[in-house]
Design a protein around this ligand. Structure first.
Ligand code: ZN
Length: 289
């Protein structure tokens, strides 16, 4: 299981969400057979979306992140529920690029920086609310920090990481979003920045300790306290009923032609490894047609 923790400074002016989504990102890798640079790009996006979804709180609400920088990975789409359970995919899972000069996966080149990051909040009623920013680097954490500053006017430090082992499995994936509330001083901002610099990368922190350690380390000197913990996982809400609903726009003639050709209709979920099979014997397929 993954975990999201929240901590708050004693004066309430600095708050942080921190996540360890190692298992969820490994699950995504297994479903989509992503190569390492795509695992990292999708994993970072999943971590951010999960923490943002976890902030929604009202059950039934959901949050969708769409990111496309014109790079070879194409569109990355991630959906989180209001607890932080996530599902997602990358358009091109098999992108392979040389490592950067510093030996790291070249996520920025895979994603590209000529495009937008869009966040859509669906509150379950009315029109969903969306905000977009132009990508800064395609490295994703910087892009989310920019989103918070530009689109929500909240000063934010965001770090995201997914460490992939030589055999391609996910060693650690996680991140944090630290934010300053109105009333925070320049001094507070400077101390937070110092803490971020001193803490090192997300994945090295998660290799050495817990996600709670990471949250408290970033808020060091602010007398932080942990206020909340949630367990989260990779979760898809697809079902036979939803697939039938998605097929409602297909006419009886079209369905019959598909059945005639293959003897059955197979619908594969975009988010997980579920495959739904229908045959001519499935009367539900023709209901209302
Ligand atoms: Zn599914």
């Amino acid at each position: 299981m993954g975990k999201i923790v929240r901590a708050l400074s004693e004066d309430g002016l600095v708050k942080i969400a921190a996540a360890d989504l190692t298992d969820a990102v490994e699950r995504a890798r297994n479903i989509h057979r992503t190569l390492p640079v795509v695992t990292a790009a999708l994993g970072r996006t999943m971590c951010a979306a999960s923490m943002m979804g976890n902030a929604l709180k009202d059950s039934g609400d959901s949050l969708t992140v769409r990111l496309n920088g014109g790079g070879p990975v194409g569109t990355i789409l991630v959906v989180s529920d209001s607890r932080g359970n996530v599902r997602g995919y990358a358009q091109n899972p098999a992108v392979d690029l040389p490592l950067r000069a510093d030996g790291k996966l070249n996520v920025g080149a895979a994603v590209g920086r000529d495009g937008m990051l869009t966040v859509i909040r669906d509150m379950g009623f009315g029109e969903p609310v969306s905000g977009s920013v132009e990508l800064v680097s395609g490295e994703i954490a910087e892009d989310f920090a920019r989103y918070f500053v530009d689109s929500e006017q909240v000063p934010t430090a965001c770090a995201l990481g997914a460490l992939v082992d030589r055999d391609q499995h996910v060693l650690r994936a996680g991140g944090y979003i630290a934010q300053l509330m109105p009333g925070a001083t320049e001094e507070t901002a400077a101390r937070l920045e110092d803490n971020v610099q001193a803490a090192g990368s997300v994945t090295s922190q998660l290799m050495a300790g817990t996600v709670e350690d990471m949250a408290l380390r970033i808020l060091k000197g602010f007398e932080p306290r942990l206020v909340e913990t949630d367990t989260v996982e990779y979760r898809c809400d697809c079902s036979r009923r939803r697939v039938l609903a998605a097929l409602s726009g297909v006419t009886r003639e079209e369905l019959e032609a598909m059945l005639e050709e293959d003897g059955r209709i197979e619908v594969k979920c975009r988010f997980c490894d579920a495959v739904y099979t229908f045959t001519a014997a499935d009367e539900e397929l023709f209901q209302g047609k």
